[in-house]
Write a protein that binds this ligand. Structure first.
Ligand SMILES: Cc1cc2nc3c(=O)[nH]c(=O)nc-3n(C[C@H](O)[C@H](O)[C@H](O)COP(=O)(O)O)c2cc1C
Length: 354
């Protein structure tokens, strides 16, 4: 299956640099792709024009395969009363930072499931790969992408989600384990979650599905990629390993936290964005520890408050409210240019396979 996947994606090594909205950049993706991996950009938090610019920036640097990642969450339901209560809950934090909470919260970006402009841009630009996070779009959208010759990837955190992706004719399933950094790809954040590990999920999906599986979560080096392949994956998708790369868009506070003892503690929290995501333990995750999911506005309305609080913190020199997404492998992230990281991963993989 690994060579089938490499042929399908037109890449040299079974490595995907994870799409990371707000963190991965076209420069990072181009460096990863030029080194033989699949480079990815996350356009989930931008609009069609933003996506078009990012694709152009990639293409100015690489002629190789590109993965463009979109968010397929159920569109947010506004609830003014809940949003008001949430802002009141956060008010003391804003005030401690010498700021005031915003007057109201907004849905700061649209889901791909209802974004016709984004679909039109992807069909026109035809990146090699489009990947889905948080769900799967309607059949006619999937068909439009397929008819444009685009290979489709989708993230699953459970066998049920994986079966839904397969039924929608998504070519490759990304098995995202509970240890993974960033947003958990759960389709429904309110449903029961078995929190399957990367290993357990990859093994199950490799046995149950008739299509290539990509393991995501906790893979930090070539030995980890080799272990994922042994478990039945055809490739591994690495996010946290690429977060400190030179081409990353992270701020100084995020970079310092990742390089410090703070990297030893990660927490799954819903408080920052409205959906569960794994983050370095910080002041925001501590605040989230004693709020119930019902109190938090829908994703990404809650993220509007999260970003405002982070901005207020930064203005006061406090980076403790950042969305510092990272997986359980965080202490082992290495700071390198992305191309050098891919070359190192490939050497380590070859050594581990010997
Ligand atoms: C900073 C960060 C941002 C992420 N953003 C996205 C995203 O925009 N889209 C997506 O599909 N996955 C996103 N993810 C999840 C990754 O695709 C992948 O599942 C995860 O990074 C794998 O676990 P690891 O971080 O332990 O390597 C993000 C992960 C991180 C660390």
């Amino acid at each position: 299956m690994t060579s089938r996947l490499l042929d399908l994606l037109e890449i040299d090594a079974p490595i995907i640099q994870a799409p990371m909205a707000g963190v991965s950049t076209p420069e990072m993706a181009a460096a990863a792709s030029n080194a033989g991996a699949l480079g990815s950009i996350g356009v989930g938090a931008t609009d069609a024009r933003g996506a078009q610019k990012m694709i152009a920036a990639f293409r100015a640097r690489s002629r190789r395969s590109l993965n463009v990642n979109v968010f397929c969450h159920a569109p947010a339901r506004a609830d003014r009363a809940r949003e008001g209560r949430w802002l009141e809950r956060l008010r003391p934090e804003f005030e401690r930072l010498g700021a005031r909470p915003p007057a109201a919260l907004h849905e700061i970006y649209r889901s791909f499931v209802e974004d016709d402009e984004m679909l039109a841009v992807l069909v026109a630009e035809r990146p090699k790969v489009v990947s889905f996070h948080f769900g799967v779009p309607a059949p006619e959208r999937v068909r439009a992408l397929r008819d444009a010759g685009i290979v489709l990837l989708g993230a699953a955190t459970s066998p049920v989600e994986a079966r839904a992706l397969a039924a929608a004719d998504v070519d490759v399933v990304v098995a995202q384990g509970f240890e993974a950094g960033g947003h958990r790809g759960v389709f429904d954040p309110d449903a029961a979650d078995d929190a399957l590990s990367t290993f357990a999920l990859t093994r199950r999906l490799a046995r149950e599905l008739d299509r290539p599986i990509v393991a995501a979560g906790g893979v930090m080096d070539g030995a980890g990629i080799a272990a994922a392949l042994k478990a039945g994956a055809s490739a591994a998708q690495l996010g946290t390993a690429f977060v400190p790369c030179d081409e990353s868009a992270i701020d100084a506070g995020y970079r310092a936290a990742l390089a410090s003892d703070a990297a030893h503690h990660t927490v799954m929290t819903r408080a920052i964005s409205g959906r569960p995501a794994r983050c370095l333990a910080n002041r925001f995750t501590a605040l989230g520890a004693d709020v119930s999911a019902r109190e938090i506005p829908d994703y990404p309305i809650a993220y509007d408050a999260g970003k405002a609080l982070h901005a207020a913190g930064k203005a006061a020199g406090d980076f403790g409210f950042g969305a510092q997404w990272a997986g359980e492998g965080a202490p082992r992230a290495r700071r390198l240019p992305a191309g050098k990281l891919v070359a190192l991963l490939r050497r380590e993989l070859a050594d581990a396979a010997r």
